[in-house]
Ligand binder design. Structure first.
Ligand code: PLP
Ligand code: TYF
Length: 400
């Protein structure tokens, strides 16, 4: 009876790593998946995580189930990190925070909440966006449509298009926003543009729904990267925000994150939390404990917290250095007069090159550079030593 089942397509991002593995070329580069690598292109475990692990082992904590909503100490610090510990919404207990299976699982909980309690709810996502967003809302049976975001002419933000589309959406829509370091484009609104986005969302009674997967990893500062979310919250709006510790603590495989729903009253927050738990219960019962303990212990210890911030800043700086080197290499090698400054203007771990699908195929087939077909490259998978080679590949692909 399983004979009728057809083959599912590979994930467009994780599939790139599969193809990379079977290539034996010595110059091959994996710029597909967004995962931080050292200058030697090796995976990186933060020192502060190793220390926290050691402390946890010494404490010998048990492996009992967590409550459905996750580890209380984690849920407290994760909301504090996102909104700021002295934010009135926290003091007033207006935030429903539930530990989720990293960013993805947290987004999925929010999608299920929308499906259940907003029968006419529609989500607007940016065009383009992280590929999994569409999967998540499709899976949760939440209708979605796109707002304009990327302008291929400028390799920048189509701000007017974005505003027009958010204005045109039915009242009370959920507007999915990337808190910082937009994936895949690396293009973020300016602070002034964020204010205008908030104006329009407020006017239309929309609900801002933040996906913040790179807090502290984009700029190196946890506070700076949360500025967009905090600005919306400071306006007194109801906000949804999904967090992830995959990038900023390198806890990819621990699956640690959270969903936060900022409500208008503590009562509403308690009710929302109870419903999020009800959604989680039949799906996975309760979340894993280890990543939650790591986060809670690091944030709860002043010395470890300081060390984390320094390591995050180091990772962010390495990516910025690579970005500069790539820009320099492109500018000096390319004799066509093309303006490559968009590479410098983008932030976070990705650069959106503007390469089309055929050009991306050339990158992979001729140059053994593995990347997603939308023209995105992960600078976190690039080293200073490989920038010149990559610049040759990009220039060759552009002009072919
Ligand atoms: N949202 C965005 C925009 C991402 O780029 C990612 C991946 O890093 C995620 C969510 C979630 O990743 P994870 O499920 O590993 O937290
Ligand atoms: O966009 C990326 O590369 C990261 C990693 O299903 C990722 O966000 C990719 C695919 C996926 C989960 C995480």
């Amino acid at each position: 009876r399983f004979e009728g089942i057809t083959m599912a397509p590979p994930d467009p991002i994780l599939g790139v790593s599969e193809a990379f593995k079977v290539d034996n070329h010595e110059l091959k580069l994996n710029l597909g998946v967004g995962a931080y690598r050292t200058e030697e292109l090796q995976p990186y475990v933060l020192d502060v995580v190793k220390k926290a692990d050691k402390l946890l082992l010494e404490k010998g904590e048990n492996r009992e189930y967590l409550p459905i909503e996750g580890l209380a100490a984690f849920n407290k610090v994760t909301a504090d990190l996102l909104f700021g510990a002295d934010n009135p919404v926290i003091k007033q207990q207006r935030v429903a925070t539930v530990q989720g299976l990293s960013g993805t699982g947290s987004l999925r909980l929010a999608a299920a909440l929308i499906e259940r309690y907003f029968p006419r709810g529609e989500v607007l996502i940016s065009s383009p966006t992280w590929g999994n967003h569409k999967n998540i809302f499709n899976d949760a049976k939440v209708p979605w449509s796109e707002y304009r975001y990327y302008d291929p002419k400028t390799v920048g933000l189509d701000f007017e298009g974005m505003i027009a589309d958010i204005k045109a959406a039915p009242e009370g829509s959920f507007i999915l926003l990337h808190g910082c370091a937009h994936n895949p484009t690396g293009i973020d609104p300016t602070p002034e543009q964020w204010e205008i986005i908030a104006d329009v969302i407020q006017e239309k009674n929309h609900i801002p729904f933040f996906d913040i997967a790179y807090q502290g990893f984009a700029s190196g500062s946890l506070d700076a990267d949360a500025a967009s979310v905090r600005m919306f919250v400071a306006r007194g709006m109801e906000v949804i925000a999904a967090q992830s510790y995959s990038k900023n603590l390198g806890l990819y495989a621990e699956r640690i994150g959270a969903i936060n729903v900022v409500c208008s009253s503590p009562d509403a927050a308690a009710r929302v939390k109870s419903q999020l738990k009800r959604i989680a219960r039949p799906m996975y019962s309760n979340p894993p404990v280890h990543g939650a303990r790591i986060v809670a212990n690091i944030v709860g210890d002043a010395a470890l917290f300081k060390e984390w911030n320094a390591e995050m800043e180091m990772m962010a700086r390495r990516i910025k250095n690579v970005r500069h080197k790539l820009f320099d290499s492109l500018s000096s090698k390319d004799k066509s007069g093309k303006d490559w400054s968009f590479v410098l203007k983008q932030i976070g771990m990705f650069s959106f090159t503007g390469l089309n699908k055929a050009q991306c195929d050339n990158m992979t087939n001729k140059w053994h550079v593995y990347m997603t077909k939308d023209g995105r490259i992960s600078l976190a998978g690039l080293s200073l030593a490989k920038c010149e080679y990559l610049a040759d590949a990009i220039i060759d692909s552009y002009h072919n």
